[in-house]
Design a protein. Structure first.
Length: 449
């Protein structure tokens, strides 16, 4: 448990710590959960909380909400950090909770950053949650579907907490200038539009907003009467570089690459370039993005624009040669080209359908006619017997069957009319029509090759 010394004063704490809400009435944001009559608010007010997970980005009040619950509940409240605690600490806390249960007392265990626990550590909580020894409240910035043990997650209600809106942050900053626990003891001159600029910079994070406000106020110009004036120059210096929310191994990583992919698929180059910039400026590996662009070139463009793959591979090579920040323009070129290119997923669909047949159908043998026969024994077993060499034929085509018997007639590749793929469609229709006319004369029956 955290203890304060005799010499520690509240005024010496950071602004965010001084202004931490102490009640639901002071809490900012999350009205979809904590507004009048909402389920979570009623559970807290009636002291009927059950095991739950608070999931949301940094600075939205997950830990603060747990502190409010701690102040209101009649249960024992144990604050637990996944950063500094291990199995030994978990067992000690669980023994304490078990003792409380024997005496009819409830125990709420709050685990901050629960996603940092490995599976074994999370499993240590499970039996105590199951038999009601503890009420578990976890906080995480990561998608609990990926980071929390499935058995444990199934016993918890997940509450999704949202980034604060610019209006909510601006209101919070305005109160910070006048609140006794904030800068209420000082006269601070800071126009509302500058507060709005800090709110926009914070990107939904109350902690970042208050930290930035504190920085600009402490660096403001102090007049003879003690008033503090925040200048625009000071504000610009303190907000010169936004720290983008991005975890290269977490959910936001996948959200952003998905946004890039789907923007290109929707032929929206402006959105695609924006999501590209979001990732690159947050420190994403350009080679990772380039690999995804290469995949997109065949999955979503394919033969509608055969040059798409060439350009994507060239962008990957450029990224490999020169790296960031110079390679950003090469990725932009590829992303814009792929965005405006005609789209076809015919290659992707063809492979997925063929894969489904390959893994679900009987593993039929390769037709003898198209087997290789490098040895005399194989030739004696009719490997390659009747094989027709297409280049010897007048039309460079034969009606030889190349699919297993059970799949004869199956069509996986169905070209579209988009871009250059229309030419492939026309050619394929001619090939299939020719084979249909000549299938009776082909060795081994008709089919596709």
């Amino acid at each position: 448990m955290e203890q304060r010394t005799l010499f520690e004063r509240e005024a010496d704490q950071p602004l965010a710590a001084r202004l931490r809400p102490r009640s639901l009435e002071e809490f900012v944001g999350q009205t979809h959960l904590l507004g009048p009559g909402k389920v979570l608010r009623r559970l807290i007010e009636e002291d009927r909380v059950s095991s739950m997970i608070f999931w949301g980005p940094p600075g939205v009040g997950k830990t603060t909400l747990a502190s409010i619950i701690a102040a209101r509940t009649r249960a024992s409240f144990i604050n637990f950090s996944a950063v500094t605690s291990g199995i030994k600490e978990i067992r000690t806390v669980m023994q304490q909770a078990e003792e409380n249960r024997r005496f009819g007392a409830r125990t709420i265990v709050f685990v901050d950053e629960i996603h940092r626990f490995n599976r074994a550590q999370q499993d240590a909580f499970l039996p105590f949650v199951e038999k009601g020894s503890i009420i578990l409240i976890g906080a995480t910035t990561e998608n609990p579907s990926f980071e929390v043990n499935g058995a444990l997650l199934s016993r918890c209600k997940v509450f999704v907490m949202k980034a604060l809106t610019p209006e909510e942050l601006t209101g919070l900053l305005s109160r910070a200038l006048t609140a006794p626990r904030g800068f209420g003891g000082r006269r601070v001159n800071m126009p509302r539009d500058m507060l709005e600029a800090v709110a926009a910079f914070a990107n939904g994070d109350a902690r970042t907003a208050l930290l930035t406000l504190e920085m600009v106020v402490l660096n403001g110009e102090v007049s003879e009467n003690g008033a503090v004036t925040v200048t625009r120059e000071t504000l610009e210096q303190c907000t010169s570089k936004k720290s983008l929310l991005y975890d290269k191994k977490g959910e936001e990583h996948y959200n952003l690459i998905s946004a890039l992919h789907k923007s290109m698929r929707n032929s929206d180059p402006d959105a695609a370039v924006y999501w590209l910039a979001r990732m690159l400026e947050a420190g994403e590996d350009p080679l990772y993005i380039a690999r995804r662009v290469v995949r997109f070139a065949s999955e979503d463009v394919g033969l509608a624009d055969p040059r798409a793959l060439e350009m994507a591979v060239a962008a990957y090579q450029a990224c490999h040669f020169i790296g960031m920040p110079e390679c950003s323009v090469h990725l932009t070129q590829a992303v814009v080209h792929l965005s405006v290119a005609p789209k076809s997923n015919a290659l992707y669909v063809a492979y997925e359908e063929a894969k489904r047949d390959a893994v679900t159908q009987l593993a039929e043998p390769v037709p003898l006619v198209i087997r290789n026969a490098p040895t005399r024994l194989m030739k004696e077993l009719d490997y390659g017997k009747g094989y027709q060499y297409a280049h010897d034929a007048e039309d460079r085509l034969t009606a030889m069957q190349c699919l297993p018997d059970s799949l004869v007639g199956r069509e996986y590749y169905r070209p579209t009319e988009q871009g250059a793929e229309a030419r492939y469609k026309n050619r394929l229709e001619q090939i299939r029509a020719w084979k249909e006319r000549h299938k009776t004369s082909g060795s081994g029956g008709g089919g596709l090759c």
